[in-house]
Design a protein around this ligand. Structure first.
Ligand code: NAP
Length: 306
């Protein structure tokens, strides 16, 4: 695996030596070792004959702002952000694109001169992933979103709103965050499109009973929590909550098979892991950096041959 760089490395960038092309792109995270973005984006750069590299940076939250501010003088083109930096980084940008501004979290930064411009490609990347995995559009789905309080959860919820999905149920460990998000999205779900005696937009508490009540009026369950990234994590849902009519999307891709995916299979539901979202959010980030179409096949091959 490619090494991880640190804030100290960025501070002393001229003294840092590495093999190959100059590093002009990267990902900031904590943890970041699990990320497949370096191998995917480096495959894209190679496929487009761009003589630069994409690297991994392990940065704590209290190091994020200084690291971002060093990027222009280090001649970076852009950066991706992963757990736990997406929301904090949004507040550190000079400009945000309109969707990122609504979401309040970013996963992509483009550097223009001294300016940092923030984008959120997680939302549109998620939408493309759902179409790829299940051959359906978000607008036709009743979605139950676990982890509505995080950066990825916000991006997915705002994407569901932008595409006018049939129904959205927001669930979060800290329930106040799901309630706050429901209040923000209220206008987008104001008309009564959904059939049956259920609300189009609802924040519900995270317990098996409340979730079971929602499942009959749900098509797609999404895990946007960090649960599943560590093998020691407790299961996101009890298998008995899931039913065969569901599609289950796990945003985690490393490890590739989480306990939620095992439960989905056991319940007879369709399921997919977050590799497709990784691919599509990455392709959209590449397009923001280079204003050209991303080499999707090379990127897909790089993450599926792991
Ligand atoms: P984040 O901003 O740190 O949010 C974490 C979310 O997980 C919050 O909703 C948090 O709830 C919840 N959570 C954390 N520990 C929990 C626990 N023990 N029990 C229940 N809920 C818990 O992280 P993020 O950037 O949104 O990332 C979330 C997930 O999305 C990660 O697994 C990440 O890998 C995945 N993701 C995947 C892709 C992809 O391309 N496949 C892209 C983006 C993100 P509280 O609000 O209560 O703290």
């Amino acid at each position: 695996m490619q090494q991880s760089y640190t804030l100290a490395d960025l501070q002393n960038w001229r003294a840092v030596t590495h093999e190959g092309a100059p590093i002009r792109l990267g990902i900031f995270g904590d943890p970041v070792e699990h990320s497949l973005s370096p191998q995917m984006q480096n495959a894209a750069l190679q496929a487009c004959a761009l003589d630069i590299q994409y690297a991994r940076f392990h940065l704590r939250s209290d190091e994020l702002e200084e690291a971002l501010r060093l990027l222009p003088s280090r001649e970076f083109i852009g950066i991706n952000l992963t757990v736990p930096h997406k929301t904090n980084a949004a507040a550190m940008m000079d400009e945000l694109d309109p969707f990122a501004s609504r979401v309040g979290a970013i996963n992509t930064v483009r550097i223009e001169g001294d300016k940092l411009i923030g984008f959120n490609t997680d939302g549109p990347g998620f939408s493309r992933a759902i179409r790829q995995e299940f051959s359906v559009d978000l607008r036709d789905l009743r979605v139950l979103l676990l982890g509505a309080g995080g950066g990825a959860g916000h991006a997915i919820a705002y994407q569901c709103a932008a595409e006018n999905c049939e129904r959205l149920v927001l669930v979060n460990r800290t329930p106040e965050k799901a309630e706050q998000l429901a209040a923000e999205l209220k206008q987008s779900f104001a008309d009564t499109r959904v059939a049956g005696p259920v609300a189009r937009l609802q924040a519900v508490p995270w317990n098996d009973q409340a979730l079971r009540q929602q499942i009959a009026n749900t098509d797609l369950v999404v895990n946007a929590t960090t649960l599943g990234m560590k093998r020691s994590d407790s299961p996101v849902l009890a298998t008995t909550v899931l039913e065969p009519h569901l599609m289950v999307y796990e945003t985690v891709y490393s490890p590739p098979r989480t306990s939620l995916l095992a439960s989905a299979t056991e319940a007879g539901a369709l399921s997919a892991n977050g590799l497709s979202m990784l691919l599509h959010q990455g392709a959209l980030a590449f397009e923001r950096w280079f204003d050209r179409e991303a080499p999707l096949d090379a990127m897909r091959a790089a993450v599926s041959s792991r």
